[in-house]
Design a protein around this ligand. Structure first.
Ligand SMILES: Nc1ncnc2c1ncn2[C@@H]1O[C@H](COP(=O)(O)OP(=O)(O)OP(=O)(O)O)[C@@H](O)[C@H]1O
Length: 293
């Protein structure tokens, strides 16, 4: 669980002296993945940095009752003159875990980043995509309860993004995600709840769809009734699929008999088909809405 208590944040410079965040009070429950939404400059990245402890609030407190990662893909912390391997080794040592732990982290990052011999070259010779691969691998090498992800820092090519997404999916049930993205599809895909940031204030929504709808509402492009309906139907289908997946994982862990597992598998296939159908319907409604504009 993460508690945000009376958070205030502003930056002091010649351009900026306004509150970016004003009196934010929220509790993020354990195991719930959350998307941060809001317009450019609303303070999403700022809030994520405060949650991760990369920056401190002017007033208030962030109480972390779990292990929280640094923002995934953050490349700023690497030492350019050291190789990828040396950088990873350094972070792994700082985190403890002994010789075996350090070796496990290095092996994981080398395998995950897939940058070949460049792993043994100085980081200052890397392209931004290569740095990003190294940083992603490094974040995912540690078992955090909550991973932070900011699209501003998590660049990478398509194939690599898919790999990172899969890595998150594999952790569902074990860890959760707090994510900043303007990509609504990825937010819907990865998050259950949402925080909508607007004019320094934060509003919590149990459903990411409702947070996105609130954002659309205030940005002057409210969703039409058919679009809202199609979104809700897609959301319901996604929720049902998640529930069956969780039941299957639980049954498997508890050593349930094969017949029960088969029934759950069949149900999963059905729910997947249903979700595909709902997504297609949603895409059609969106296309219609775009044509009407
Ligand atoms: N280091 C900084 N120094 C001064 N001002 C900053 C700094 N970081 C952010 N800001 C300002 O704080 C406000 C919130 O920025 P932030 O990056 O948190 O917003 P955001 O919602 O993540 O935006 P975007 O969607 O454009 O990425 C902006 O007005 C920005 O200019």
């Amino acid at each position: 669980m993460i508690e945000l208590k009376g958070l205030y944040k502003r930056y002091h410079n010649h351009l900026h002296n306004e509150w970016v965040l004003k009196d934010i009070n929220l509790t993020i429950p354990q195991g719930v993945s959350v998307g941060l939404v809001g317009p450019n400059g609303a303070g999403k990245s700022t809030l994520l940095r405060l949650i991760g402890g990369m920056d401190s609030p002017e007033r208030g407190a962030v109480i972390r009752r779990c292990r929280v990662s640094w923002p995934i893909g953050l490349t700023g912390g690497f030492k350019g003159s050291m190789t990828g391997r040396q950088n990873v080794q350094f972070v792994a040592r700082v985190h403890g875990g002994g010789v075996q732990g350090v070796k496990r982290v290095i092996d994981f990052v080398e395998g995950f980043a897939e940058i070949g011999p460049a792993f043994d070259r100085p980081v200052q010779t890397y392209s931004s995509g290569m740095r990003s691969r190294l940083a992603f691998g490094l974040s995912l090498a540690f078992d955090f309860d909550v991973y932070l992800s900011d699209e501003a820092t998590s660049v990478g090519d398509r194939a690599f993004k898919a790999k990172a997404k899969q890595a998150f999916r594999d952790r569902v049930g074990k860890a959760s995600l707090i994510m900043v993205s303007h990509g609504e599809a990825i937010l819907r895909d990865m998050c259950q709840a949402g925080i909508f940031l607007h004019q320094g204030r934060a509003q919590w929504f149990d459903e990411i769809d409702d947070a996105i709808a609130a954002y659309h509402e205030t940005s002057g492009m409210p969703d039409s009734a058919p679009l809202r309906q199609a979104r809700t139907a897609t959301w319901e289908a996604r929720k049902e699929l998640r529930a069956v997946k969780a039941a299957h994982a639980e049954a498997q862990a508890a050593g349930a008999d094969q017949a029960h597992l088969d029934t759950l598998m069949a149900s999963m296939t059905h729910k997947r088909q249903l979700l595909r159908q709902r997504k297609a319907e949603l895409a059609a409604v969106k296309e219609q809405a775009d044509d009407d504009d």
